[in-house]
Design a binder for this molecule. Structure first.
Ligand SMILES: *[C@@H]1O[C@H](CO)[C@@H](O)[C@H](O)[C@H]1NC(C)=O
Ligand SMILES: *[C@@H]1O[C@H](CO)[C@@H](O)[C@H](O)[C@H]1NC(C)=O
Ligand SMILES: *[C@@H]1O[C@H](CO)[C@@H](O)[C@H](O)[C@H]1NC(C)=O
Ligand SMILES: *[C@@H]1O[C@H](CO)[C@@H](O)[C@H](O)[C@H]1NC(C)=O
Ligand SMILES: *[C@@H]1O[C@H](CO)[C@@H](O)[C@H](O)[C@H]1NC(C)=O
Ligand SMILES: *[C@@H]1O[C@H](CO)[C@@H](O)[C@H](O)[C@H]1NC(C)=O
Ligand SMILES: *[C@@H]1O[C@H](CO)[C@@H](O)[C@H](O)[C@H]1NC(C)=O
Ligand SMILES: *[C@@H]1O[C@H](CO)[C@@H](O)[C@H](O)[C@H]1NC(C)=O
Ligand SMILES: *[C@@H]1O[C@H](CO)[C@@H](O)[C@H](O)[C@H]1NC(C)=O
Ligand SMILES: *[C@@H]1O[C@H](CO)[C@@H](O)[C@H](O)[C@H]1NC(C)=O
Ligand SMILES: *[C@@H]1O[C@H](CO)[C@@H](O)[C@H](O)[C@H]1NC(C)=O
Ligand SMILES: *[C@@H]1O[C@H](CO)[C@@H](O)[C@H](O)[C@H]1NC(C)=O
Length: 429
């Protein structure tokens, strides 16, 4: 009897271990999954790239459950979640390769059901002084892979070029790409972005005298406004660039690749990679791409003040200071009101995708709610049937959302057209 029972148990365990789980139309073979009644279904996920960004969330939120997943960064092997699993946190590792790999592993993990979770990508960035001061928090509609181009060292470029970068399938700078990899541009849900930004604008952001001292070096009024909430876009590049010329060139690239809509203000190293992973997973229902929000806070300026542009590298190495700590703090201060809103309003507003469409109604809200233990341990959550605002719209985005190929359907308002047309153009060549 005992032997038979043991054999049966062994057989069933092995079947589970080697079995393919039918999961959202995708067959996923995961050896480590033994049962499916412990699938984690968070309401919200915070995404960071490296330890200092993660630390500010860990300081405020008690992530008591660590889940080690195959495919995460060796230095950030865990997704961590709150006691009630409503909020989870992942650190991807820095740069595009770490970001894409970690997020792919997370989104395809059978341990998690992320199909209805809201995602807040948030990290520090270089900021264009023409948009705001250090510590500013930008909520983006686009991220553009600005360095996905041909490059020649400027010492070897034609005398009349303004930059050493020019797009694939072209012969000089300033022309739209002749061919695409598919990861050039990602567009996000503008309504949800506006909503998150409106909530953030009610939060008191951190500022510092050091940041103001650096800002004073600029002859640009926007650099001196202190930390504020912005709506503008992110350039993704593995290369941590600095300087007036590269920043201006990539600002031009952002505008060109978004057909004039995108406005570059932040430079960072992960966002296109994260969103490519999201698009691929969303195609199979593993995530809802229209529930992703991108927030970047400015930790340093992307270029020196004009009068120090004779020493761009010296400025970068020694003088571009005062922004790091406040940018880190503002990840939480600008991002947590959005997370709070999701956790508080899940039943009434967020779970089924209905949400307060008119973000301007939040401009008059009294205060943004930061996360608190009541929200996070779930023992005394507020009565979610009474949410804070009018339910006068749906969460369905008004704008195109997705990549340049139109992978998730719809017709991109940038680039050469949807994948079908693109494939047709490629076939003709
Ligand atoms: C994932 O979670 C959502 C929301 O709870 C649920 O509707 C859906 O059925 C779940 N998907 C799977 C494959 O369990
Ligand atoms: C975090 O949660 C753990 C487990 O529930 C608990 O033991 C610990 O006291 C909590 N820490 C804080 C700072 O609340
Ligand atoms: C969970 O992971 C976090 C960050 O990776 C770490 O700081 C913490 O000590 C871990 N907690 C447990 C209980 O293993
Ligand atoms: C990851 O989580 C496990 C518990 O599941 C813990 O033992 C380990 O220390 C964590 N690793 C890090 C780097 O936090
Ligand atoms: C640069 O000079 C070349 C050769 O005279 C010309 O074809 C081109 O239009 C000029 N401008 C740029 C931006 O390449
Ligand atoms: C600041 O800009 C103004 C207008 O462009 C110019 O007149 C002035 O000389 C500049 N000052 C410095 C310190 O660069
Ligand atoms: C950016 O575009 C403007 C307008 O076309 C152009 O004048 C400028 O030289 C470009 N900057 C760089 C660095 O390529
Ligand atoms: C750059 O220009 C500033 C202002 O004219 C001057 O004070 C500084 O010495 C120059 N730096 C270098 C490295 O030439
Ligand atoms: C830049 O930093 C160097 C080294 O700390 C310092 O000597 C110099 O005064 C700083 N320059 C400015 C303009 O702040
Ligand atoms: C979604 O929630 C709204 C507000 O509570 C409600 O009016 C609507 O009927 C819900 N829709 C679905 C499909 O459950
Ligand atoms: C939200 O809905 C779930 C599932 O119906 C229910 O268990 C929970 O009590 C509700 N929470 C609140 C605060 O109404
Ligand atoms: C975007 O601009 C390019 C030329 O720069 C053009 O070929 C393309 O059709 C435009 N796309 C859309 C969607 O308007």
């Amino acid at each position: 009897m005992q032997l038979l029972a043991a054999l049966a148990l062994l057989a069933s365990t092995q079947a589970a271990r080697s079995g393919n789980a039918k999961y959202n139309n995708v067959d996923i073979a995961y050896d480590e999954i033994e049962k499916f009644d412990d699938v984690i279904t968070p309401k919200a996920v915070v995404v960071n790239a490296f330890a200092p960004e993660g630390a500010v969330w860990q300081k405020h939120v008690n992530f008591t459950n660590n889940i080690t997943l195959p495919g995460l960064s060796p230095i950030y092997p865990n997704v961590s979640c709150t006691k009630n699993y409503d909020l989870c946190h992942i650190i991807t590792g820095e740069g595009e390769i770490n970001a894409a790999t970690s997020i792919s592993a997370f989104l395809t993990s059978a341990k998690f059901n992320l199909s209805e979770s809201y995602f807040l990508i948030n990290g520090i960035a270089g900021i264009d002084p023409h948009f705001g001061g250090l510590g500013s928090a930008a909520f983006a509609q686009y991220t553009v892979s600005v360095a996905l181009q041909y490059e020649v060292d400027p010492r070897e470029m034609p005398k009349n070029w303004t930059t050493g970068y020019w797009n694939y399938g072209t012969e000089s700078p300033g022309h739209a790409p002749g061919n695409y990899y598919g990861t050039e541009v990602f567009e996000l849900n503008e309504k949800l972005r506006n909503y998150a930004a409106a909530l953030a604008s009610k939060s008191k952001l951190s500022d510092s005298t050091g940041a103001h001292k650096t800002a004073k070096l600029y002859n640009i009024s926007t650099a001196k406004t202190g930390a504020q909430v912005l709506k503008c876009d992110v350039a993704t590049s593995d290369v941590y660039y600095t300087g007036n010329l590269l920043s201006e060139a990539f600002s031009n690239t952002t505008k060109l690749l978004t057909n004039g809509t995108g406005r570059y203000c932040m430079s960072a190293q992960e966002d296109s990679a994260i969103l490519e992973a999201a698009v691929r997973a969303a195609k199979f229902g593993l995530t809802d791409y229209s529930r992703w929000v991108l927030l970047r806070t400015g930790s340093d300026f992307d270029r020196p003040p004009t009068y120090l542009s004779n020493d761009t590298v010296g400025f970068f190495n020694h003088n571009n200071t005062g922004g790091f700590e406040i940018a880190i703090e503002n990840l939480y201060k600008a991002g947590s009101p959005f997370i709070s809103a999701i956790l508080k309003g899940w039943n009434s507003t967020f779970s089924n995708g209905t949400f307060i469409a008119n973000a301007t109604s939040f401009a008059n809200a009294t205060n943004a709610t930061l996360l608190n233990s009541t929200l996070l341990n779930g023992t005394n959550s507020t009565n979610n049937t009474n949410s804070t605002g009018p339910k006068n719209g749906t969460f369905a985005p008004d704008n195109y959302v997705g990549d340049v190929f139109g992978t998730l359907g719809g017709e991109p308002n940038f680039g050469p057209g949807s994948y079908k047309e693109f494939a047709y153009i490629a076939a003709k060549k």
